[in-house]
Ligand binder design. Sequence first.
Ligand code: FUB
Length: 458
Amino acid sequence: MRNLARAATVLLGSSMVVAVAAGPAAAAEIPTGARSLESVNLTGRYIRHSDYLGSVAAVTSSSTAQLKSDATFTVTPGLAGGAGCVSFQAANGMWLRHRDFRVRLETNAGTATFLADATFCVRDGSVSGSVRLESSNYPGRFLRHRDNQLWVDPSTTNPGTFAADSSFRVTTPWVAGRRSPVIKGLYGDPNIAYLNGRYYIYPTTDGYAGWSGTRFKAFSSTDLVNWTDHGTVLDLATQVDWSSGRAWAPTVAYRNGRYYLYFCGDTNIGVATSTSPAGPFTDALGRPLIAAGFRSGQMIDPAVFTDDDGQSYLYWGNGYAYAVPLNADMISFDPARVTTFGLPNFREAPFVVKRNGVYHMTYSVDDTRSENYHVEYATSTSPLGPWTHRGTILSKNLNLGIKGPGHHSIVQAPGTDTWYVAYHRFAIPAGDGTNREVTIDPLRFGADGMIMPVVPIL
Ligand code: FUB
């Protein structure tokens, strides 16, 4: 946990405004996290929102806290995807988007149009170290200032000044960001694992009405603080014949040089493989591993636990919790060996870890759209139960603005007895059950070997 605390100190301690972007040889990019953007030709003027419209305004160290906040955005991977594309979230949770080519601040509607309107692809700016932001759905139109207001205009507009009007220096933020979410942007159902010397997180890509996204992404880190975005590792829309959407809740496993990504597609569970944890993954079967209707409840939320003897078990379920030993090929099982458990209050997202010979079955309760969504757990001396209910380990904390924490996963730092839990919550401050964000906290065990309630660190 020391690393998490140290990084938070560094982030919170930065207030001086300096250029972040590198020299001219580097590909244009904007690091995720809290940033401000200064016009290159109106020095001292920064992109800000005012009355829900984008503009540029002078900001100085003596500006009001409100103005500094309005001129600070959390840069996230682009809501509509795309390599090198980003989105900008304001402190109130709303996003910069264009509508009628005017740049505005609005709440994510979760529609394809909104997500594309709120996604900008980063290009080189007119001067070294600056960037331009090209509309992802209107290529050739760039975010630029005109009479101090922000528009997305074609580059033929005011050709004499357009290049400079559309170029911005990325600076450290006027207002420091929070430590969390650890992955900037909207994601749910994080599956965390330690693979090949790095931590990986495989989440649901969130922000879509009805959880209708199609893309699975991967992120990796050595310190649980700084995360590399590996982009889309599997896209149901283009790579999986039997499903085109509702890409939910992936989980990863490793065996004999291959990585296995179990994933939900239209409430079936599939499995894809790769030789790298960073993907790309390829559908292994050309059909679901577990088809919708195979058993009662939704066939979603897979998780794999591999015991000390090398036997892997697949857990899944919504409304009913299931498990089955996986065959050695990791892509098949004996349906006759599927078992179901009676877990008090179980809704979904079963996840098992083993510590000191005790199997800990953790799972989510209530509805992910409810602020009361939470995590309970049970223990056993066998990976397949029977289970003894042990209570709640993670729940809302309204004093901290934490609502709906759940659909977690757990990882052990290699060679230690240090454990972490990754989970989602409603994005702070304006999220809901389809606008969720991912965080990580320490997971501690008491002297009795039981999991202690998680203490969230914002
Ligand atoms: O992300 C879509 C669904 O929401 C997951 O499958 C459930 O566990 C819930 O988190």
